[in-house]
Design a protein around this ligand. Structure first.
Ligand code: AMP
Ligand code: GLY
Length: 433
C-alpha cells in the first residue's frame, strides 16, 4: 500500500524508518521530510497545512493510509477535512478530529476535560484579556512559584515558571495585553506548581480500544543538569527506570482509561496517538499536558523498541478496529542524544555540512547493541550534500542491555558526527541512572 506521512522532524524520520520496514508498504511518501526520510522513502514537496494540496497528492498517488506526525495540521482540522470530503472520507487517517486535537490545542479545554472526567492534574484558573486585573489579583494572593501558560499552540514557548510576583504579572501582560503569541495567548491558564519527576506515556487509540507504547523520559532544557532554556528536547530514554507495575497501574486506572472514557462520553472522534505528559508527585501520577501526537525526541527512543510491524497497527487504529492489535517491546533499553546547532534554542546558523553520518540508519536486529541516526533538521544542498537545516539536527539512538551502555554508545555516536558549532548534552539520563 502507498502511505503518506506528514511532518519533517526526527519523529517523522523514525516513523518513516519503521513504516518502510513493513512488507505492507509499497511507496512511502513523507511531506515534507528531511535528508534522512529521503533515504527510507520519497520526500514530497507538500505543505501539511495546505489540505487541498494534501488531497490532490493523496488522490494522484493512490495513498491508502495517512499518518499525521505534528500537531498543527490536527489542530487545524485535517481529520475533519478528510471525513467531510466525499473523495477522502474512506481513506484511513491516523490522528484525532479537530475536537480531539483541542486536548493539545487549548490548555483551557484540556484542563476542563480533566476536571470533568476526574483526571488528576494541577489545579488552575483561566483568565481572558478582559480579566487582566483578576489575573493580577490571583497572582498577588497565591504563593509562588507561578506556572503561567498561553492557552494555545506556542511552539513550546508558551509556558513560564516564575517565582517573582512582578515578573509573573509582566508575563501575563505580555500574553494577554501584548498578545505575545497572537490568538494562542488570548487566554492564559495559571496552574498550581507540581514538584516531581516527569515522564512521557504514549497510547495509540481508535477511541475505544487502546494500546500502550513503551514509556520514555525526555530532557527539555538546553544545559547540563536540566538548566537553561527550554528546547524541543535534547534527548530521551526508554524505559523509565522508576516506572514499575504499580505505578503503571495507577497511570492506566486514573489517567489513560478515564481519558479514553472521557473522549467517548464527550462524543469526540479520536483515532491516533495520545501523549500523556505526566509528573510523578511522591507516588502518584498527574497530567501536566496532553499532546495529540508522538513526542520528539521520545519517538526516537520509543519506536526502535517496538519489534512488530507498526503498519497493521496504524491501519487498524485509523479504521477503528484496534482490538486484535498488539505492540511487542524489545527488552533492551534505548537512549537518544540530540545534536543541535550552536545557539539553539536562540538564534543559530543553518547550511553547515554534516560529516560522519552512517550510510543508512542501521538495521535493528537482535544484536546485543546497536546505534542508529535519525535526522531532524537536515536537508540536501545543491551539491547533494547533507547540511544542517534546523535547531535540532540529528538524533543518535542506541539500544543496549543497560541504560549506561545505551547512553555511552549514543554519546560516542554523537562525538563521531561533525558539523560547525555542534552541541549536545553529555548528561542525558543523569537523573535516572
Ligand atoms: P507544558 O508545555 O504544559 O508541558 O509545560 C512545559 C514544562 O513546564 C513541563 O514539561 C514542565 O516541566 C513544566 N510545567 C508545566 N506545568 C507545570 C506544573 N503545573 N508544575 C510544575 N511544572 C510544570
Ligand atoms: N518532547 C516533548 C514534546 O514532543 O512535546
Amino acid at each position: 500500500m502507498n502511505i503518506l506521512l506528514l511532518g519533517s522532524g526526527g519523529r517523522e524520520h523514525t516513523l518513516a524508518w519503521k513504516i518502510a520496514q513493513s512488507p505492507l508498504t509499497e511507496k512511502l511518501y513523507i511531506a515534507t521530510g528531511n535528508a534522512g526520510t529521503a533515504r527510507v522513502g520519497i520526500n514530497a514537496a507538500l505543505n501539511p497545512n495546505d489540505f487541498n494540496a494534501v488531497k490532490n497528492f493523496v488522490i494522484q498517488n493512490r495513498i491508502v493510509l495517512v499518518v499525521v506526525g505534528p500537531e498543527e495540521p490536527l489542530v487545524n482540522g485535517i481529520y475533519d477535512f478528510f471525513k467531510n470530503d466525499p473523495e477522502l472520507a474512506e481513506i484511513p487517517i491516523v490522528g484525532p478530529s479537530r475536537a480531539g486535537a483541542q486536548l493539545e490545542g487549548s490548555k483551557d479545554f484540556a484542563k476542563d476535560f480533566m476536571l470533568r472526567h476526574n483526571i488528576p492534574t494541577a489545579s488552575h484558573r483561566t483568565f481572558t484579556s478582559d480579566e487582566v486585573k483578576a489575573a493580577e489579583d490571583f497572582i498577588r494572593s497565591t504563593p509562588p512559584p507561578f506556572v503561567i501558560k498561553a492557552d494555545g499552540l506556542a511552539a513550546g514557548k508558551g509556558v513560564v515558571i516564575e517565582t517573582d510576583v512582578e515578573k509573573a504579572i509582566s508575563h501575563i501582560h505580555e500574553m494577554l495585553i501584548d498578545k505575545k503569541f497572537g490568538k494562542a495567548s488570548e487566554k492564559v491558564v495559571i496552574e498550581q506548581f507540581l514538584k516531581g519527576i516527569e515522564l512521557s506515556v504514549f497510547v495509540i487509540t481508535d477511541g475505544n480500544d487502546w494500546i500502550m507504547l513503551p514509556e520514555a523520559k525526555d530532557y527539555k532544557r538546553i544545559g547540563v543538569g536540566d538548566t537553561g532554556l527550554n528546547t524541543g528536547g535534547m534527548g530521551s530514554v526508554s524505559p523509565v527506570p522508576f516506572v514499575d507495575h504499580a505505578f503503571l497501574d495507577k497511570i492506566t486506572n486514573r489517567i489513560i482509561q478515564p481519558t479514553i472514557n472521557g473522549l467517548w462520553k464527550d462524543n469526540i472522534d479520536y483515532r491516533g496517538f495520545i501523549f500523556f505528559g505526566l509528573i510523578k508527585v511522591e507516588d502518584d501520577p498527574y497530567v501536566i499536558e496532553y499532546n495529540v501526537r508522538m513526542g520528539d525526541p521520545e519517538t526516537e527512543s520509543v519506536i526502535p523498541r517496538i519489534t512488530n510491524d507498526l503498519v497493521p497497527v496504524l491501519l487498524a487504529c485509523a479504521e477503528g478496529d484496534l482490538t486484535e492489535q498488539i505492540i511487542d517491546t524489545d527488552p533492551r533499553v534505548s537512549a537518544t542524544v540530540m545534536l543541535v546547532s550552536g545557539g539553539y534554542p536562540g538564534e543559530y546558523k543553518k547550511g553547515y555540512q554534516i560529516s560522519g553520518l552512517p550510510e543508512d540508519v542501521n538495521e535493528t536486529g537482535h544484536q546485543k547493541e546497536i546505534s542508529m541516526v535519525f535526522h531532524a533538521g537536515t536537508s540536501l544542498n545543491n551539491s547533494n550534500e547533507i547540511v544542517t537545516a534546523g535547531g535540532r539536527v540529528v538524533a543518535v539512538t542506541s539500544l543496549a542491555h543497560t541504560l549506561n551502555d545505551a547512553l555511552n554508545l549514543s554519546f560516542k555516536g554523537a562525538e563521531e558526527i561533525y558539523f560547525t558549532d555542534k552541541y549536545f548534552r553529555k548528561d542525558i539520563g543523569f537523573d535516572v541512572l
